[in-house]
Write a new protein. Sequence first.
Length: 377
Amino acid sequence: MESLVKEENTSAKKLRSALDGVHRAGVPGVFAEVRAGERIWRGAAGVADLETGRPVETGMRQRVGSITKTFVSAAVLRQVEEGRLGLDEPIGDHLPQLVPGDRGRAITVRMLLNHTSGLAEYLPYAFPSLKEFAPGSLDDNRFRQFRPAELIEMGVGAPATGEPGSTPGIYSNTNYLLLGELLEHLTGTPVEAHVFRAVIEPAGLANTGFPAGPRIEEPHSRMYEALFGAIDPPRDYSVYTMSWVMTGAGLVSTVGDLNRFYRKLLDGEIVSPSSLTEMQRLVPVIAQDGRRIDYGLGLYKTETPEGIFWGHDGTVWGAMTMAWAGADSGRQFAAAMNLVRWRKPDAEGTTHPIDDALATLKHQALCDPATDLCSAP
């Protein structure tokens, strides 16, 4: 379940302890990969199936949620590099039927990428029970085949969250469904196939792709959704049709592939250096959980005592994933968990043991053991 390029040392033992801590805090199963140059640590703790006790393993597939946005953004930037698109072109020039009139002329491709379009999130309309923190819609939509256009219409038709280009932006999956439609319009190819050929395949990611149906065929964990305590005990949503969020959060990958992808991205092997500079041009954005984050084009920044790291995190029903990479240090961390939305509404203002344990794991994964920064967070 665990491997080291070199003999296990104190840092690896601390990583092992921190990973076990996330499991002890209440996550059924968690697995991770940490890279520091040529050194690689992998570990897993807990179970993939609460009924059978089947253990999680480090190579399992995971629904990676909004990490998908970095892949879609890279595909859009490659279209810019080929001269087929401009970041500051109005989306209405390309998709007037989806964003008509003055809004289509005011909202640019860049605004979709960095969530400053003012377009509302469609999820409360596609999953109406979420407004009451009730799970009915999650079960109703398990095998529903949404069309991107109908979801986009929900977001475009909802009250705007702000003027196009204003900050802070409001995080919205409507933006990335529109970018998926834009890529199809420009390439004449289904967006899932285009992202695979333009980004995933050149990056050498053998275990990453959009699912063909509601099931993940390769070894994976069950995925337990708590919906802030509304589903107790948490329910398995590992079998789920992902049409509700495909180019916003539909990818399946592994922690190893995610680390490989973000290393290649930051090293200029996915998009050009000038495109990467655009991806790292930040604006303030309000995330779905209310955090204020520094967001670029499908990529955002986190600052820790150990330095600056770039990447993304993401959730879908039952699964949470994160991936971070240091541009200078070369240190990387990707982790996957099979429980999400564990915090109950009445717990606001307090920390949950899982949150504390995840903070410890992230700190231990990203700190440099050659310095004194690996003390307690």
